[in-house]
Design a protein around this ligand. Structure first.
Ligand code: PLP
Length: 400
């Protein structure tokens, strides 16, 4: 038998993926399950983006490209960084990969020595911890409770920094709680980072454009331009342009880190898909109005679903500033007994109960590092979401 590598013991498969797969398996058995665990927009990739991919194929752009991205895509990314974030990069300071996830992985692999620490304001996306572990780093979860708006406070950052800290990883609006930082809040975090010269800041801006209530997105590099040489800004086309399957992400940052990421890229995948890169050029350079329109649709769903959840005793939810997730507190359900006689002790128990009794798939907060919560994705039709809420309400009402 071929044994698997020790790294496999240090990582978990994605919890949101598992929840969605479990719901799909139940559906295949003929069970009617409402899925509220999706991690991708339910909108289609815009037609002009698909057309650009087709045109690229017709032009014969189907071979390998430069490992770190085509000149055309790098130019589109540079223009995007200037337009949206007021950041100026040269082509040597930009790298393209197969999704923000792969760029994050390459960035960690390129910079972490075994045992180096990555500070994760928590709750956070399920993958950061595992990606850091695959790169032999150690993640340091800093709790960012609901009463702090799920945001990192400067004093908590200061306390988490050690001589082994390599990165602070910021994601805002973040998965799963959707909070954003104001420029002033980022400046306060930058004050701390400035005092520790060995600490870099990696930002995952993938939800930049899914933002509500007229709030303004500010990325760390924009708020602290003097820390430019210590900041890596990661983004991608997956969420803003509904292009999750195209697998294009990118980073802008110091040339030495970008060079290292590009070198790894030559051995990880050779290059990102040529056709997807052509599509990403069209997305970034093309019309942008539909992006804001889709964010407004998510905002409408957020408001509708929040109103429905507020009526359910035992649940509480902070209004997210962005993303298509709601992070629902379920402390009020713990200790209650299901009709089958099981006492709910953890948010994992709650998620399982909602699936088995309520027939609605959500993701347990434990996966995101802060309990007791569960994550609802609002990335499906209002009818689906309203039905999901009715089922959650019925399941909660059935608890003894
Ligand atoms: N970053 C966060 C916070 C995410 O939630 C996700 C996907 O769920 C990603 C990155 C993945 O982005 P990509 O599709 O570009 O790999």
């Amino acid at each position: 038998m071929i044994t698997t590598a020790p790294v496999l013991d240090r990582i978990e498969p994605s919890a949101s993926y598992l929840a969605t797969m479990r719901a799909q398996a139940m559906r295949a058995e003929g069970i009617n399950v409402v899925t509220m665990s999706f991690g991708e927009p339910d909108f289609p990739t815009p037609p002009h983006v698909c057309d650009a991919a087709y045109a690229a194929m017709r032009r014969g752009e189907t071979g390998y490209t430069a490992a770190d991205g085509t000149p055309a895509l790098k130019a589109a990314i540079i223009a995007k960084f200037k337009r949206d974030n007021n950041l100026v990069f040269t082509p040597q300071e930009v790298s393209v990969g197969s999704g923000a996830k792969q760029v994050l992985y390459a960035a960690m692999l390129a910079t972490l020595a075994p045992g180096d620490e990555v500070i994760l304001p928590t709750p956070c996306w399920v993958s950061y911890r595992d990606i850091a572990a695959m790169a032999e780093g150690v993640s340091v979860a800093v709790p960012c409770p609901q009463n702090n708006g799920f945001k990192l406070r400067p004093e908590d950052l200061e306390a988490a920094i050690t001589p082994r800290t390599k990165w602070l990883l910021l994601c805002a609006p973040g998965n799963p709680a959707g909070a954003i930082y104001s420029r002033a809040e980022l400046e306060a975090l930058a004050e701390v980072v400035r005092r520790h010269e060995h600490v870099g800041v990696m930002t995952d801006d993938i939800y930049e454009h899914i933002i509500f209530d007229g709030l303004k997105f500010v990325t760390f590099a924009e708020a602290a331009p003097d820390l430019r040489d210590r900041t890596l800004t990661i983004n991608g086309v997956s969420k803003a342009y509904a292009m999750t399957g195209w697998r294009i992400g990118y980073a802008g940052g110091p040339a030495n880190v970008i060079r290292a990421i590009g070198k790894l890229q030559t051995q990880i995948s050779g290059c990102p898909s040529s056709v997807s890169q052509a599509a990403a050029v069209a997305a970034l350079n093309g019309p942008q109005d539909f992006v804001a329109e889709r964010a407004r649709a998510f905002q409408h769903r957020r408001d509708t679903i929040l109103a429905a959840l507020e009526k359910i005793p035992g649940l509480s939810c902070t209004r997210p500033d962005g993303t298509f997730y709601l992070y629902v507190g379920c402390a009020g359900l713990l200790g209650r007994t299901t009709p089958a006689g099981k006492v709910l002790q953890t948010d994992g128990d709650v998620a399982l109960y909602l699936l088995e009794f309520g027939r609605v798939a959500v993701v347990q907060g434990a996966a995101y590092g802060l309990s007791p919560y569960f994550r609802i994705s609002i990335s499906s039709s209002l009818e689906n979401l309203e039905e999901g809420c009715r089922r959650i309400a019925a399941a909660c009402a059935a608890l003894i």
